[in-house]
Structure formats: structure tokens, C-alpha cells
Design a protein around this ligand. Sequence first.
Ligand code: SAM
Length: 270
Amino acid sequence: MVINIDDGFPFLVRKISKASGIILTGYRDSYLRRRIDLRMKTLGIENYIMYTRFLENNPNELKEAINTITVNVTEFMRDKTPFIVFREEILPEIMERKKKSQSNLVRFWSAACSYGEEPYSIGICSKEVLPKDWSISIYATDIDENCLKRASQGTYSKEQLQNLDPPIVQKYFEPSGVDFKVKKLQKMMIRFKKHDLTSEPPVSKYFDVVFCRNVMIYFNEQQKVKMLNDFYNSLSDGGYLIIGKSETLPGEIRELFTPVSAREKIFKKV
Ligand SMILES: C[S@@+](CC[C@H](N)C(=O)[O-])C[C@H]1O[C@@H](n2cnc3c(N)ncnc32)[C@H](O)[C@@H]1O
């Protein structure tokens, strides 16, 4: 017999969803509980009913709750090897295809870009591989406005740049106080934009590559399928999808993509 004790959690989740506009029903229940438990522990609050009351009485807490749910961990060239395959195999293939259609514009989407390390890594790889006069357009989106603000400033500490070789740091960054700031680069345009993967349609169409790494792990199957269908529709024919190393495509999505590198989680639109 299953005893269903309502501990106030579903009500709390509905409340945060309604107030923030983020469709939290798309996130895994166990993940949400873990994150909210952490926040309650910090505040010394013992149960979800008390936390709901706390939210009602403290308007600033909604922002904290959302921050708790959106984990922002990221780094330049995260996991290294997917970016090597991107640079050495994917970009040259895209370049050859574009040449045939006499285009010199490549378009990328870094979906859930956090503090910007991912879109800047994409830009650096592209600049290193593509001819100088080609245009690189990158949409970098996230639900977290604080992240986007910092990402668009493009300022990073020496430690944050440790995955990049010194000549690359020198080429693409300039000193800014004790930190380093991304240089303004000709023919590279990064647009930072707030976007919720659970509720909004794709930011644009005809992308050559969509990167969506390390956010799908937080979503339930239904939400993953919805989002991956959106990515499918936002990619050009033959475009690529790159997901996180620990992530997998749900069964019903697998027929839409062929694996290019199963190990690096790189797929091509069928
Ligand atoms: C762990 S970071 C991943 C960053 C980067 N893609 C990487 O792999 O290093 C997850 C990001 O997903 C964002 N996020 C969480 N839920 C989201 C949603 N519904 N829509 C868009 N972004 C979301 C968070 O704000 C966070 O910046």
C-alpha cells in the first residue's frame, strides 16, 4: 500500500512556478527537493509549509529560491574532448558544406550558457578554425539574468581561464584590473538573451550547432522530449546537437539524430 503524505511540497512548487513563471513541473521532483532542502537548511527552516510561509512574507526570497534551483557551474572548454571534436571534426565539416552553398555565416546556440564560458569557448574554437572573413553568430541564452549580466561583461579571473592555453588567453583576452576581459572581435557576434527552455519557443532557426549541456539532467523526460524537439526544429538540415557528457537522448528522440560521437555526446540532425 502506498501512503501519500502531502508534505506541502507540491503546493510550494506551484507557488514558486506561478510567481516566477518558470514551469517547475518540467524539472525532476527529486532534484527540486534536493535543491530546496539545501536552501531551507541554510535558513534553518524545517519543512516545506514553513518555507512557503517564509516566501510569502519575504518578497526577496523568490529570487533566492530560483537561484537555488538553477545551478550555474560551468567552465571554459568544459570536459575538453567535446570541444576538440567540435574544433577538429565538426567545424571543418560545416565549413566545407557552407563553401558549397557559398555562405560564410555560421550560427550557434549555447542554450543554458550560465556565466558565458560556453559561448566564448564556441567563439574561440570558431575563430581558430574558420577563415578570417567569415561571420560567427552565437545566441547565448539562460534563464538566470545575473548569469547573463556577468556573461555579457565577459570578465574572468585567471583561475577561470586555466583551461585555456596561454597563447589563446593572450589572443582573446585583455587585462582588466586583476582579471581578464574578452576582446571585442571582428566578425564575432554573441547575443546574450534571457530564455526559458521549459516554456519558450526556440530563440531562432537555422543553427549549425546547438549546444545544450548540463541542464537536461535537471529536467524530467517529458520536458527533455519537448526541448529536444525544439532543438531539432531550430537546427539547419545536417546541423549538430551537443549535450552534456553525462546526459542521454530519450528513446523517442533518438530517431531524429544520428550519433557522430557517442562518447562526446555529439549528434547530427537526420
Ligand atoms: C550547470 S549550468 C550549465 C552551463 C553550461 N551549459 C555548461 O555545460 O557548462 C546550467 C544552467 O542552466 C540554466 N537553466 C536552468 N533551468 C533553465 C531553464 N529552464 N531555461 C534555461 N536555462 C536554465 C541555469 O541557470 C544554469 O546557468
